[in-house]
Design a protein around this ligand. Sequence first.
Ligand SMILES: [Fe+2]
Ligand SMILES: [Fe+2]
Length: 282
Amino acid sequence: MARAGTPQDLTITPRDRRFGRGVAQDHWWISGDPVATAFYNALSATFPKGEAFFVESVRLFRDGTSPKLAAEIKAFVTQEVMHSREHVQFNKRALEAGYDLSGLEARVEWRLSITRSRPPIVNLAATMCLEHFTAILAHQLLKDPRHLKGADAESAALWRWHSIEEIEHKGVAYDTWLHATRALPRGKRWKIKAKVMLFVTRNFVIDRTWGTIELLRQDGITGPKAWARMFWFAWVRPGMLRKILGAWLAFFLPGFHPWNHDDRALIAKAEQGLKTQAEAYA
Ligand SMILES: [Fe+2]
Ligand SMILES: [Fe+2]
């Protein structure tokens, strides 16, 4: 496989956008669908604390990086801080629309407290794995309009904006990890990253499933019906988890790098769509 690495001419551009201020959110903001709403609300509940964790994990290894990577880390931090800010607002609107996210946030806090008790290099590895996760989710979200079909305009714009920037900075935690582990033999590096990826994937699937089921419970959808509907949504139609499976597996290939797949054309197209929408609402 070609070892492309992060493109030399990549620019990571923090876009200071605000979404949904002063706008009430529908309880089921995405096509009136409780399952889609629960899925994205559960994901959003993790971002403010989760992305703060990514930032602190990467920052610890910034010393000694090349000027290019140091600049990319800086831009990554700015982007993640703004994502946290906008998801705090999004979560506030979900609360006003009738969802209680406090249990989900407490679970994120609990999970992070365990991770933080591990050495910093393990935290960096976990961040690098979760950043791959967010990048492949983001790619799928932008690629297939069915995922956000029927979402209200402001919320759809928030998720697209976040997706654009997740793709744009997808190599930063990975390159920081490569820098931090440069003295390790390749086999050992691979073993650590594979082990950490399996571990964070397990936790990601368990925790997001739990969160989605909990939000469905708040809507009175429980038992086998809740599980069946969630399974159908995640794995069949629109099938986000099924669609990212190949990209998830690619992580384990020798020579993997997030930029082996250059998806900047997808970002450019999505950005054009966002601009057109912003102009329409201006
Ligand atoms: Fe983010
Ligand atoms: Fe990110």
